[in-house]
Design a protein around this ligand. Structure first.
Ligand code: C5P
Length: 227
């Protein structure tokens, strides 16, 4: 599929997510299932969405001992998800164990570097050195060295990461707002076109599509802008 759109299913319950997914054309986007929805509705929901031809990014950000994370990744691949992620803060042995567990499965593996909710103070508090941008770079470098498929990052970091790690290292970026859309609680945003031009490979978008009167039309407008 050529669409870079990943729509965030930030719903409390599976029923809401399924009802919303029925408004979406699976040839226009993939879907992101995160901690809340997976905890409430589990693998059964993921299977239902996949039966409707959606590819799923399972955004559970695994972070545990290498053996446990590897087992969780194996379970995700068995479920058949398109992409899964881990925290780079789990270290290289953990990331390599995840990589090995997914070898030959077709499930993509990416890392979260530093959560965008973490500022300089939060970093110091947990004993990490440097400013957020340096920590992001260090963790992305570690993920790249462990042969992960890419990282989740802000579009603001995309051009720096793309030039450092190359075209094959995939960048998945939230904080995207089409022109004219509300910023909601996002602070540093980019339009879909700006993000792709900066080097993003996939755009995670939630509210601008979930709240659109016609979500397919809203996605088509974005894809049109990207042509
Ligand atoms: O509604 P909105 O487009 O802001 O949703 C963005 C999605 O991306 C949400 O699921 C949010 O949790 C996720 N996300 C984010 N910023 C990050 C990491 C993830 O907005 N740094």
């Amino acid at each position: 599929m050529h669409s870079p759109l990943i729509i965030a299913l930030d719903f409390h319950e599976g029923e809401q997510a399924i009802r919303f997914s029925e408004k979406l054309d699976p040839s226009l986007c993939r879907l992101k299932v995160g901690k809340e929805l997976f905890t409430s509705s589990g693998p059964a929901l993921v299977e239902t969405l996949m039966k409707k031809n959606f590819e799923i990014f399972l955004d559970l950000k695994f972070h545990d001992i290498p053996n446990t994370v590897a087992s969780a990744c194996r379970a995700a691949a068995k479920l058949g998800v398109w992409m899964v992620n881990v925290h780079a803060l789990g270290g290289s042995r953990m990331m390599m164990a995840a990589r090995e567990a997914l070898a030959g499965t077709g499930t993509k593996l990416i890392a979260v570097t530093l959560l965008t909710s973490m500022g300089s103070e939060d970093i110091r508090e947990i004993g990490l050195e440097g400013e957020p941008a340096q920590v992001v770079k260090r963790l992305a470098s570690l993920a790249h060295a462990c042969q992960l498929d890419g990282v989740v990052c802000s579009a603001m970091e995309a051009s720096m990461l793309k030039s450092q790690f190359g075209a094959a290292f995939q960048l998945v970026t939230p904080g995207i707002r089409p022109k004219g859309a509300s910023n909601d609680d996002q602070k540093r945003i980019m339009t879909p076109r700006e993000a792709i031009e900066a080097g993003s490979d996939y755009l995670v978008i939630g509210r601008p599509i979930r709240e659109a009167a016609d979500p397919n039309r809203a996605m088509e407008a974005i894809l049109e802008e990207l042509k």
